[in-house]
Design a protein around this ligand. Structure first.
Ligand SMILES: Cc1cc2nc3c(=O)[nH]c(=O)nc-3n(C[C@H](O)[C@H](O)[C@H](O)COP(=O)(O)OP(=O)(O)OC[C@H]3O[C@@H](n4cnc5c(N)ncnc54)[C@H](O)[C@@H]3O)c2cc1C
Length: 525
C-alpha cells in the first residue's frame, strides 16, 4: 500500500501548473528519493486571509511497489450478441465500449451527425440563427456532452468508477491532468477530439454507427420482448436488447414511449435562468483585490439558497465561458453555458435554477386546464416546452434571448438597456413575467438577494439574467427494474442516462451507460 502525503506549495511553485512528463520529474525531484510519487489530487486553496497556495495529495509507492496500471482499451472485436444503442451521448458511447469489451456487438444509432458536420450546424445556429433540429448543441456525436463545458466532476459516490472513466478519457486523448485536478475540465475545444478517438477505436473493432437516423418506434417480438427499433426512413435495426440513451431533449422519444405504453412517471426538473457577470467581478469577489495581480485561474462559485417555496442553486458554472443557444426546436429557446479549455472569455456564467416540484406542475396544469402529473407523465415536458416557446417569442425570434440586468430583476423593473454579453445571438430587455409563473420568479428573486450576501457584487448592474435555462435535467423518468435495469413494462428495453432520469451530467450519464451495459451482459449471458 502506498503512503499518502499532503503538500502545500506556494502559488509560484512550478508543480502547481505542471502536467505530463514535467509533472512526473518535478514530483520525483520533490519526493522521489523515498519511492515512486503519483499525484492523486491538486487544488488551489484561495481561502481569504491566506496567500493562495497549491494543495497536493500524493501517493508514495515504496521501491518495488507498482501502482495499478491505467485503463487501456483491448483489441477485442465485436462478435457476440448484437445490442442496439439509441443515442451516441456519454451514456450510449460508454455503454457501447463496455459491451464491446465484454464480447458483444453494439450498433449505435443517432439522429445527429458526427462531430465535423455537427460543428457546421452549430456555426449556422450561432451566427445566422439557423437551427437544424437534428444537429445542434444536444443532438449528434457525443450527445449534449460534446460541445458542453466539459466539466468532469460528479457527485457520484463510486470513486473507483469515476477514476476508471477518467482514465478511459485519458486513453482516448484527454489531458492527464483530469486525473488529479480537483475540478477536472476539458472544454468544448478538446472534447470533440476525445470523442472522435473513442468512435474511431470502436468502429475499427466492428461497432456499427448509424448517423442521421432518427428512431421512431420500439419493436417487440411475439414474446413481447423488445427486439429492435424502427427508423424514420422505414428501416428496422434488430438486436437482443435495446438501450435507450436519448438524453433529456428527445421529446419525440418521450411521446413515442407514451404512445407505446412504456412506463414513465413525471419527475422534478431544474428550471430557471442563466446569470452572466464580468469574470473580473467574480475574481475580485472570490480572491479579493489583493490577489488580482497574481496569476490565478478564473474564479468559480457555487451558491445555494432556500426560499419560502423552493431551493435555488447555481448550476454548471462556467468561468471564462459563453452562453450558447441549446435549442432543439425551431420556435423554442433554451440557453446553456460552455467554455474553452483556456477559459479566457471575459464573462462568467452559471445556471440559477429551482427544482420544479409536483406541486408546481399541478398548479400550472390546473391553470391551463390540463391533467396533472399523476395522470400525465409528460406534463413537465409540456410545461418546459411552454416556457421555451414564450421565451422564444419574448426574444423576438432567431434565438435572440430575453434578458434583464440582475439588479433590475430583483427590484422588479424592466431593464432599459443591457450590457455586453457572450451570447452571440443577442439579448433583448424583457421582464420574464410572461415566461415563468410568478411563484418561480419570486423564488429566484429571493434567492438572488441571498446570493449577493455570499458573492459580493452578484447583484451588480453589470450582471444579467438570460432566459430560460430549461434543459438541465429530465422532466420524466422511464421506469426500470432495480436489478435487471430493464423497462418495467417492456423487457429487453433498457432506459439509460440522463433522458431516462438516471443521470445528470457527462460523468454520471457515462457511468449509467456502463452500469446498464453490465446489466445487459448479465441478463443475456
Ligand atoms: C451547452 C451544454 C453544456 C453542458 N456542460 C456540461 C458540463 O460541463 N459538465 C457536465 O457534466 N454536463 C454538461 N452538460 C450536460 C451533459 O452534456 C449531459 O448531462 C450529458 O450529455 C447527458 O448524456 P446522455 O448520454 O444521457 O444524453 P445526451 O448527451 O443528451 O445524448 C443523447 C443522444 O441521443 C440522440 N437521440 C435523441 N433522440 C434520438 C432518436 N429519436 N433517435 C436517435 N438518436 C436520438 C441525440 O442525438 C444525442 O446524441 C452540458 C450540456 C449542454 C447542452
Amino acid at each position: 500500500m502506498p503512503s499518502e502525503h499532503e503538500i502545500r506549495l506556494p502559488l509560484e511553485h512550478p508543480l502547481g501548473r505542471a502536467s505530463g512528463d514535467e509533472l512526473n520529474s518535478l514530483l520525483s525531484a520533490e519526493l522521489g528519493r523515498a519511492g515512486l510519487p503519483i499525484l492523486l489530487r491538486r487544488s488551489l486553496d484561495t481561502r481569504r486571509r491566506r496567500r493562495p497556495s497549491w494543495l497536493l495529495k500524493v501517493a508514495l509507492f515504496a521501491r518495488g511497489e507498482q501502482p495499478t496500471p491505467r485503463w487501456q482499451p483491448t483489441n477485442r472485436q465485436a462478435e457476440g450478441p448484437s445490442v442496439v444503442i439509441v443515442g451516441a451521448g456519454p451514456a450510449g458511447s460508454f455503454a457501447a465500449l463496455s459491451l464491446l469489451e465484454a464480447g458483444f456487438s453494439p450498433t449505435i444509432i443517432d439522429r445527429g451527425q458526427p462531430v465535423r458536420p455537427r460543428r457546421r450546424s452549430l456555426k449556422a445556429l450561432s451566427v445566422d440563427g439557423d437551427l437544424d433540429p437534428e444537429s445542434n448543441y444536444c443532438f449528434g456525436e457525443g450527445g449534449a456532452g460534446t460541445f458542453s463545458d466539459g466539466k468532469l466532476y460528479t457527485r457520484s459516490k463510486d470513486r473507483q468508477g469515476v477514476r476508471r472513466l477518467l482514465e478511459m478519457l485519458v486513453a482516448y486523448g484527454a489531458p492527464s491532468r483530469i486525473l488529479y485536478d480537483s475540478r477536472p475540465h476539458i472544454g468544448s475545444n478538446q472534447l470533440p477530439r476525445v470523442l472522435t478517438a473513442l468512435r474511431t477505436d470502436l468502429e475499427a473493432r466492428g461497432v456499427r454507427y448509424e448517423w442521421g437516423a432518427r428512431v421512431t418506434e420500439v419493436l417487440q417480438g411475439s414474446d413481447e420482448r423488445v427486439s429492435g427499433v424502427g427508423l424514420l426512413d422505414g428501416r428496422f435495426v434488430e438486436g437482443s436488447a435495446v438501450i435507450l440513451a436519448t438524453g433529456h431533449s428527445a421529446r419525440d422519444i418521450y411521446s413515442i414511449c407514451q404512445r407505446q405504453g412504456i412506463k414513465m412517471t413525471a419527475k422534478g426538473f431544474a428550471l430557471g435562468l442563466r446569470a452572466e457577470h464580468p469574470q473580473a467581478m467574480v475574481d475580485e469577489a472570490q480572491y479579493g483585490a489583493r490577489c488580482l495581480d497574481l496569476d490565478l485561474p478564473p474564479a468559480f462559485y457555487q451558491l445555494t439558497a432556500q426560499t419560502t417555496m423552493h431551493g435555488v442553486y447555481s448550476f454548471c458554472m462556467c468561468p471564462g465561458g459563453y452562453i450558447v443557444p441549446a435549442s432543439t426546436e425551431p420556435d423554442r429557446l433554451v440557453v446553456n453555458g460552455m467554455s474553452l479549455s483556456r477559459r479566457d472569455s471575459p464573462f462568467a456564467n452559471s445556471g440559477v435554477v429551482i427544482t420544479v416540484s409536483e406541486d408546481d406542475l399541478a398548479a400550472w396544469a390546473y391553470e391551463q386546464s390540463r391533467p396533472g402529473p399523476s395522470q400525465d407523465p409528460l406534463i413537465g415536458m409540456t410545461f418546459q416546452a411552454h416556457v421555451e416557446g414564450e421565451a422564444y417569442r419574448a426574444g423576438g425570434g432567431q434565438f435572440r434571448a430575453p434578458a434583464q440586468r440582475i439588479d433590475d430583476f430583483v427590484a422588479g423593473r424592466k431593464s432599459q438597456d443591457l450590457p455586453a454579453t457572450s451570447y452571440r445571438r443577442g439579448i433583448v430587455p424583457h421582464g420574464f413575467d410572461r415566461i415563468f409563473p410568478a411563484t418561480i420568479l419570486d423564488s429566484l428573486r429571493q434567492a438572488l438577494r441571498r446570493f449577493d450576501e455570499r458573492l459580493t457584487g452578484y447583484l451588480s448592474h453589470e450582471g444579467i439574467l438570460v432566459a430560460p435555462e430549461s434543459r438541465s435535467s429530465a422532466p420524466v423518468r422511464i421506469q426500470r427494474h432495480r436489478e435487471s435495469l430493464e423497462s418495467t413494462s417492456h423487457p429487453g428495453l433498457y432506459p439509460c442516462g440522463e433522458g431516462a432520469g438516471f443521470a445528470g451530467g457527462i460523468m454520471s450519464a457515462a457511468l449509467d451507460g456502463q452500469k446498464v451495459a453490465a446489466a445487459v451482459v448479465r441478463n443475456l449471458s
